[in-house]
Design a protein around this ligand. Structure first.
Ligand code: SF4
Length: 712
């Protein structure tokens, strides 16, 4: 990771205006978005959008030809190119031919993508942004920090300073007055400009129509007052039919700004006469810039389904801390990382891809149904192929992949840590490791790993001979063996014998999330061999990250690497894998497990682990079990927001992990419950360690521990 990138993160984290504005906005957004979608079937709506955009992505050439034919039939000139330089050249030539000295623009990410303003200004043409946020960032000499709200990172005081210094002195930090002032100044620009430049939200092929959505009405002035209108349209905006406009226009305002409707929707099918009766020139530039290539990539084709609503930024726990400028380019957030890798260069995404904590919040709200975290993993894989794996990482994975060596090292670590640990925690680490314990205590390595403890457990004879294999994962095996013991106890109560296949090893998530897919594939093969050796009903895991690896990622890793020969066994394993809470809920529902009767155990709060809730769609099962046991659930605010652990993320980017954790701890404390429970040993490590660092008396446990003693 480059020092400059790290510095930009720290600068953003220490900008109270930025974190304050984004934090407040993201909180309000979650609630108002939910309200805006009340009465709508979001899943059905986004399925429609995804299907129609996916169809368009598979028929780009055909739709571009149809659009061109229909738009030209209405008197529009259409120019199609793959090359951003040709877009700039076309516009500059047009401006020169028509003696254009002044241009007004409405918001257009495509024009930002090709750095159009700089190019026109270098040729002596005055360019004025007319979207208020865009104008502010233009005056401040910055780039937009958010796709929909470009100046969200600036306070009213900062905007006042910009207006005073760049436009006219004497402005006060009063928002209505600042808006009125801007309107007056922008009106003069509209009236003076000879050319108006816009983007478009949709380009309808069957009619040659552009659909442009704004909240300020500026696009209407940009497209009507100047004598020439140029629209720069990325070809991902093409859609086949007029009917396709409906789902996009239904979702866009709700997802972008949580509005039921956008204030202005303009539909332009051919040029209309100017106010003086002269004919208007309408030029539409269909810009490719590697979009066709993207649509032909089996993994990245789905990124063409993006409707640029920025919902994914609004719910991202990292974006709300660091904002958009750390992404360094035009497009920001998770989807911005993907677009940058394609529209700029793969290597441009090298640092910024590391910002993704893989919580999956974005995918849950994306109206284009795009698996943003999955695509970021694919970027990591391609970057690892292109750059090679860093040496330190290679060394770590070669140890992890050598099961015997890895386990021996952990056993040795358990002895060496003795002077550093107290009450099961390591609260301070020396030298360069000190950063790891700055914001949370770490768990001590267990004196005896679960794989040793398991051998000593006397399991009662099971009448029905049913066996379930337990996949412990590294954290339960080496840090929290007591969680494994509780799991055995519970399954024994249901009359099930637990087997612990000795050959199991790391689930491969650390390697996969670092782009080292070959290492992850080796982990997958070792685990498949071990876990399918016994004839068992299920393979249960009490770690959601491991469960996702076993159930889904072994398959997708083999698919990505083209190792199709390994797929049948990976699928056989996937069919047997189940998470702990779902298994216990099933056993309770079948009457094979019973809770002690009449217990009133008091308040408890529950934290949803990202992988359990968003990838495995399990959130009610643990809550219901806890209630049945006799607990009263005191829901914490943002229960399903990431705790900042993200596996090795908290080690790689502790400066981001720490404030995410801080927010989670505050929400836990505000629930007033003395006990916080969760289904993930990684979240236990992060949250328990954070509370320990703050000397809090709140206890943190895995659900498996909480339930073990409450079952008969
Ligand atoms: S990726 Fe999805 S959520 Fe993000 S901007 Fe695109 S459509 Fe909106």
């Amino acid at each position: 990771m480059e020092t400059k990138f790290r510095e930009s993160i720290n600068k953003a984290l220490h900008n109270p205006n930025l974190t304050g504005a984004l934090g407040r906005f993201s909180e309000a957004y979650r609630i108002s978005r939910q309200k805006a979608y009340e009465g709508y079937d979001f899943e059905a709506l986004r399925t429609q959008i995804a299907e129609r955009k996916s169809y368009a992505a598979s028929h780009l050439d055909e739709l571009a030809d149809l659009f061109t034919k229909n738009a030209e039939a209405c008197g529009t000139k259409v120019f199609r190119t793959n090359d951003p330089a040709k877009v700039r050249e076309y516009i500059l030539n047009l401006a020169r031919e028509n003696g254009v000295k002044s241009v007004v623009k409405s918001k257009s990410m495509a024009s930002e993508e090709i750095h159009l303003n700089k190019h026109l200004e270098a040729a002596g043409i005055e360019v004025g942004e007319t979207d208020l946020g865009e104008w502010i960032v233009q005056l401040a000499g910055q780039t937009p920090s958010h796709m929909v709200m470009p100046a969200i990172h600036m306070s009213k005081e900062e905007v006042t300073t910009v207006f005073n210094e760049q436009v006219e002195a004497g402005q006060k930090p009063d928002i209505p007055k600042l808006v009125k002032f801007a309107r007056g100044k922008l009106r003069a620009k509209f009236l003076k400009a000879e050319m108006g430049i816009t983007g478009a939200n949709i380009a309808v092929a069957e009619t040659g129509t552009l659909v442009i959505v704004t909240n300020e009405g500026n696009a209407r002035l940009v497209t009507t007052l100047p004598q020439i209108h140029v629209a720069i349209v990325g070809i991902e905006k093409l859609m086949e039919k007029f009917d396709d406009v409906v789902p996009v226009l239904t979702a866009l305002p709700k997802s972008a700004t949580a509005q039921l409707m956008t204030s202005y929707v303009s539909m332009i099918s051919g040029p209309v006469p100017n106010t003086d009766g002269t004919p208007k020139q309408l030029h539409i530039i269909l810009m490719d810039n590697r979009r066709t290539e993207m649509s032909q990539d089996p993994k990245f084709k789905q990124a063409m389904q993006c409707i640029r609503c920025a919902s994914c930024l609004n719910v991202c726990p990292v974006f709300r801390l660091v904002g958009g400028h750390v992404f360094g380019k035009i497009y920001t957030g998770g989807i911005g990382t993907i677009l940058t890798a394609w529209f700029d260069a793969l290597k441009s995404s090298d640092d910024i891809q590391s910002l993704c904590i893989q919580c999956g919040n974005c995918t849950e709200v994306c109206p284009g149904k795009i698996d943003i975290p999955g695509l970021i993993l694919e970027l990591r894989r391609r970057l690892a192929v292109e750059n090679g794996q860093p040496l330190a990482q290679k060394a770590i994975f070669s140890v992890v992949n050598n099961r015997r060596l890895f386990h021996s090292m952990l056993r040795a670590g358990s002895l060496m840590q003795k002077p550093l640990q107290k009450d099961g925690f390591i609260r301070h680490l020396p030298f360069f490791l000190s950063e790891m314990t700055e914001f949370r205590s770490l768990p001590a390595i267990a004196e005896a790993p679960f794989r040793d403890t398991f051998k000593k457990i006397q399991q009662p004879a099971c009448k029905n001979k049913e066996k379930i294999a337990f996949y412990a994962g590294c954290l339960i095996d080496f840090a929290y063996p007591e969680m494994g013991e509780s799991l055995v106890k519970i399954l024994n109560k249901a009359g099930i014998e637990v087997v612990f296949p000795e050959g199991q090893t790391c689930c491969g998530a650390p390697a996969r999330y670092s782009g080292a897919y070959e290492v992850a594939a080796q982990n997958a093969n070792d685990n498949i061999k071990a876990l399918l050796a016994d004839d068992v009903t299920y393979v249960v895991s009490a770690c959601p990250t491991c469960t996702v690896a076993l159930k889904q990622e072994f398959i997708s890793t083999f698919e990505s690497l083209g190792q199709t020969g390994s797929l049948p066994r990976a699928r056989e394993l996937a069919d047997k894998v189940i998470d702990f809470s779902s298994l216990v809920k099933k056993l309770v529902d079948e009457g094979r497990l019973k809770f002690k009767e009449g217990q009133q155990l008091g308040k408890i709060t529950y934290h949803d682990s990202c992988h359990l809730k968003r990838t495995l769609h399990v959130s009610q099962q643990p809550r219901e079990l806890l209630k049945q046991a006799g607990y009263e659930i005191a829901e914490m605010y943002e229960a399903d927001m990431c705790c900042g652990m993200g596996g090795s993320y908290s080690l790689k980017l502790p400066e981001i992990s720490a404030p995410i954790l801080e927010r989670k701890l505050t929400n836990i404390k505000n629930s007033r419950a003395p006990l916080a429970v969760m289904d993930c040993p990684g979240c236990v490590m992060q949250i328990r360690g954070g509370l320990d660092k703050q000397n809090s008396t709140i206890k943190v446990e895995h659900t498996v521990q909480r339930l073990a003693d409450e079952l008969e």
